[in-house]
Design a protein around this ligand. Structure first.
Ligand code: NAD
Ligand code: WQD
Length: 337
């Protein structure tokens, strides 16, 4: 069984590659390294003890994609490749729409020409309309507040339409909540460029002393301590969810949207306190105003993943905090360390 992984050098992709290899799948990876480092590919090989073909090019390049499909007999595609920074998408909407939509459309075209009919897509909880009742399930109304979110919304619709027109296709649209943590070895993890936008990389870099203090965006939300509540999920649990989605797509046709979350909401201060307790390291912080676009609470109804995929998150918040910190400590400058 050979899986094409686009964006396999990235944060979630690299963990999924290791899991796929450990489970006995063959993989082929394409990543143009626009937000990652080739060292991640070396580490995937080291961790798994297995070799695989890696191609450094843009998935929007249909001709090169066609060559890869001709060279390898691909059974299923996992499409992680995409730009993902919410704020940047507001200032560079065309880059986001071009990259995220054209990569998805190009992949579908090349798959169709090569009789490959299984597609696992990296979607996001960000497709849910703000204000949806929590826990949010897959039937909730959709609607986004930024171009990044709309690219996920549109790619989902494209895939639903492709599957509708080709009933022998299988597409699994995985809506991730807030991925954090790292591989237990500390060899692969999240390596954001510049100052992190997301909470946990900001915390780990603050604990390390690279950043002075965490800015907590608002303590006046209607939550148990006033700070924003999210459904944080260990990246290793997410990786396992992809293996389960591949197995599901081998046995089913049709298109399914599936939440990958724990179903548990933690506040910003819950995360800070757990991180300090588990790792015995201080995280200085200040309370700042709310970040525009943020909502009080988001967490998943993870029931569909359990029913359809037999998947549920196994790691807890302490695991997430410990593993995020191990990765950061061992790699103070990420893959540039
Ligand atoms: P990441 O940036 O670490 O990984 C994405 C990878 O895709 C990078 O290695 C990048 O170099 C590559 N890439 C981007 N555009 C490409 C292109 N056109 N051709 C080839 N390679 C390209 O991000 P991640 O956190 O691992 O996220 C993976 C996917 O999951 C993304 O699609 C993201 O939108 C989605 N997602 C992420 C989160 C999150 O919080 N991390 C949450 C929900 C959904
Ligand atoms: C989490 C909480 C912040 C940083 C984003 C995307 C979403 C998805 C996951 C891709 C919030 C607070 C954060 C900081 C803080 N990505 N915070 N100080 O916003 O839930 O989701 O990543 O699909 O689309 O929007 O994640 O990690 O940025 O924030 O107080 O320096 O931490 O206000 O309550 P978010 P996040």
């Amino acid at each position: 069984m050979k899986i094409l992984v686009t964006g396999g050098a990235g944060y979630i992709g690299s963990h999924t590659c290791v899991k796929l290899l450990n489970e006995g799948y063959d993989i082929v990876v394409i990543d143009n390294l626009v937000n990652s480092n080739e060292k991640a590919i070396d580490r995937i090989k080291e961790l798994s003890g297995k070799d695989f073909p890696f191609y450094a090019f843009d998935v929007c390049d249909g001709d090169r994609l066609e060559e890869v499909f001709k060279e390898h007999s691909i059974d299923c595609v996992i499409h992680f490749a995409g730009l993902k920074a919410v704020g940047e998408s507001v200032s560079k909407p065309l880059e986001y729409y071009s990259n995220n939509l054209i990569s998805t459309i190009t992949l579908c075209r090349v798959m169709a020409r090569n009789q490959v009919k299984r597609f696992i897509f990296s979607s996001s909880a960000t497709v849910y309309k703000p204000g949806s009742p929590m826990p949010v399930n897959e039937t909730a109304d959709l609607g986004c507040t930024n171009p990044y979110g709309w690219t996920k919304y549109m790619c989902e619709q494209i895939l639903r339409d492709v599957v509708h027109a080709n009933p022998d296709w299988s597409a699994v649209l995985l809506r991730y909540f807030n991925p954090i943590g790292a591989h237990e070895s500390g060899m692969i993890g999240e390596d954001p460029a510049g100052i992190p936008n997301n909470l946990v990389p900001y915390i780990t870099q603050t604990a390390l002393g690279r950043l002075e203090k965490l800015h907590v965006y608002g303590d006046d939300y209607d939550t148990h301590d006033g700070t924003g509540v999210r459904d944080y999920i260990h990246v290793q649990d997410l990786a396992k969810g992809h293996v389960d989605a591949v197995n599901y797509s081998l046995k089913h046709t049709g298109c399914e949207e599936i939440n990958l979350g724990t179903g548990i909401g933690y506040s910003v201060l819950d995360i800070v306190k757990a991180f300090e307790r588990v790792n015995q390291v201080p995280v200085p912080y200040v309370i700042d105003p709310r970040r525009p676009g943020d909502v009080a609470t988001v967490y998943a109804d993870a029931g569909k993943a359990k029913n359809l995929l037999g998947w549920q998150a196994e790691k807890n918040l302490d695991d997430m905090c410990r593993d995020s910190w191990r990765w950061q400590k061992q790699n103070p400058n990420g893959y540039h360390s």
